[in-house]
Design a protein around this ligand. Structure first.
Ligand SMILES: Nc1ncnc2c1ncn2[C@@H]1O[C@H](COP(=O)(O)OP(=O)(O)OP(=O)(O)O)[C@@H](O)[C@H]1O
Length: 330
């Protein structure tokens, strides 16, 4: 049984311009011990999946269908106390902006005591900071968040997220706001600490290189649906969804000498309600008639006859090894 699960999840945000359907039957699982990367362009629904998995959606959001489960139990049936206990004891969170996430009015030591209990000794608090490789833990315990660099504050956030030994950590772009020079070590620390703690990690990221390096499995999100999932090595070596292929071709580092990156032509959709076809059809160089008319079925792939039950693709052309490309859509 997966530890985290979104099943056919539909989430809509109420806005001044009507409803925005951020998730449109999205399904995703994270098993114990896995590091699952969630990738996709801005607005595809990555953050919404992460927040829905802890029922931390903002007030204008509503779950309009499907289910979210932690350790097999539906969060939709939980009362407020049970939900709070679940978030406190079994889930950890790391967000993009560490200084904004920390309480600006409280010293770090006090914030750690909110998580670990009032009676926690200074030595225990300092040990938590040593585990995230903060070199002068006593000084950091006395500091306010604004006195820390972004990298130090994110180390504190990681310490806070892991302090109660959660079973799963949800990290939404944990390095995006940090100086490029510290991104690598912060990600290494996050993955290392979650592994040491035996927790699962769900990592929402735009950084495909980092996802390739650290994740065991990858889920690709487009238009509020998870359109492809596979073990990381396989997804990068043999992507099957035309969107995944386009995303990999557009990623820095994918270009060959003398060649430019191939940006994905067109813009991602903003869904307003139920959508009958494949959300990528309008931008897809391989689209056929069925793509605009019917929702694609979920295909589990065969590779040279050998079943690949862990490689799933939501595409009408999933079983065509290399669908012919048409002219690129502008
Ligand atoms: N609080 C909100 N109110 C209204 N619409 C929202 C809200 N949060 C997200 N959305 C919309 O829902 C859709 C999915 O957004 P989401 O933030 O989940 O995507 P994302 O893939 O995480 O994007 P990014 O990579 O930019 O963080 C987008 O169309 C976005 O504009």
């Amino acid at each position: 049984m997966p530890y985290l699960e979104a099943r056919d999840l539909v989430v809509e945000y109420a806005t001044r311009h009507g409803a925005v359907r951020a998730l449109d039957e999205a399904s995703l699982t994270v098993d114990a011990g896995e590091v699952v990367g969630v990738v996709g362009e801005s607005g595809s629904g990555k953050s919404t999946i992460g927040t829905a998995l802890a029922r931390l959606l903002p007030g204008n959001a509503r779950i309009a269908g499907g289910d979210v489960r932690v350790d097999g139990v539906s969060l939709l049936e939980m009362g407020d106390d049970e939900l709070r206990a679940l978030r406190r004891d079994r889930l950890g969170f790391v967000f993009q902006d560490p200084i904004g996430t920390l309480d600006p009015t409280a010293r770090i030591g006090r914030q750690l005591r909110w998580v670990l209990g009032k009676g926690t000794s200074d030595a225990t608090l300092a040990a938590q900071l040593e585990r995230v490789r903060l070199s002068d833990p006593e000084r950091v315990l006395r500091a306010f968040p604004h006195q820390l660099s972004g990298g130090m504050a994110q180390r504190v956030s990681i310490a806070l997220a892991l302090a109660r030994e959660p079973r799963a950590v949800i990290a939404d772009e944990p390095t995006a706001s940090l100086d490029a020079s510290v991104r690598g070590e912060i990600l290494e620390l996050l993955v290392g600490r979650t592994r040491e703690a035996g927790a699962a990690l769900m990592l929402m990221s735009h950084d495909l290189r980092a996802v390739r390096r650290w994740c065991t499995r990858v889920a690709v999100v487009y238009g509020g649906r998870v359109v492809e999932t596979a073990p990381a090595e396989r997804l990068f070596a043999a992507p099957r969804h035309p969107y995944t292929r386009a995303l990999l071709e557009a990623a820095p580092g994918a270009e060959r000498p003398g060649e430019r990156l191939r940006p994905i032509a067109g813009i991602p959709p903003v869904l307003r309600g139920e959508f009958g076809g494949c959300a990528f059809a309008a931008r897809c160089a391989c689209a056929v008639e069925a793509c605009t008319a019917q929702r694609p079925p979920l295909a589990r792939l065969d590779d040279d006859g050998a079943a690949q039950p862990d490689h799933e693709v939501l595409c009408h052309l999933a079983t065509v090894a290399t669908p012919p490309r048409k002219e690129r859509v502008a």
